[in-house]
Design a protein around this ligand. Structure first.
Ligand SMILES: [Cu+2]
Length: 165
């Protein structure tokens, strides 16, 4: 078991002990002000909607697929993802490294009611459309997955290649 995974489990257990099992509570708190510098992750940071240079539409279906499931962007590019759920069950799109996503999928199996809201994910109800604006600040290969329990394992995962500037 990797340390990051263990840390995530501990975080969930601590939240449970505090009586707020879902971090849904946190999701309802106001987000940090727009003037604060967005937090950098290993796969980029929250994008500024005013700097979007490209819009990519992605479909999520009950066949457990993202369409398209592969794309290439340039390092530094800010992309608006318009994510449509054309299925009849909930789907979500979560960015991360392959390891991040696999660990997160495991957690979701253990705690299926876990709710969370981060800028690098969007949960989309059937028939609805959601958005993520993300800036890819680091070159490399990243992934996006649906972490509704069982979906990631069924192959609901896609790949983003970020070409160096
Ligand atoms: Cu899904």
């Amino acid at each position: 078991m990797k340390p990051t995974f263990r840390a995530a489990v501990v975080a969930v257990l601590v939240a449970a002990a505090g009586g707020a099992f879902a971090h849904g509570d946190a999701a309802h708190q106001p987000k940090p002000s727009a003037t604060a510098a967005p937090a950098e992750t290993s796969f980029g940071r929250t994008g500024d909607p005013k700097r979007v240079t490209r819009t990519v539409s992605i479909d999520m279906s009950d066949r457990m697929r993202f369409t398209p499931s592969e794309l290439t962007v340039r390092q530094g590019e800010t992309v608006r993802f318009v994510v449509r759920n054309s299925g009849k069950v909930m789907h979500e799109m979560v960015f991360g490294t392959r390891t991040d996503l696999a660990e997160h999928a495991e957690l979701m199996k253990k705690y299926p009611n876990m709710e969370h809201e981060e800028d690098y994910m969007v949960h989309v109800a059937p028939g609805k459309t959601g958005e993520i604006v993300w800036q890819f600040t680091k070159a490399g290969e990243f992934h996006f997955g649906c972490l509704v329990p069982g979906h990631f394992e069924a192959g609901m995962v896609g790949q983003i290649r970020v070409r160096p500037k």
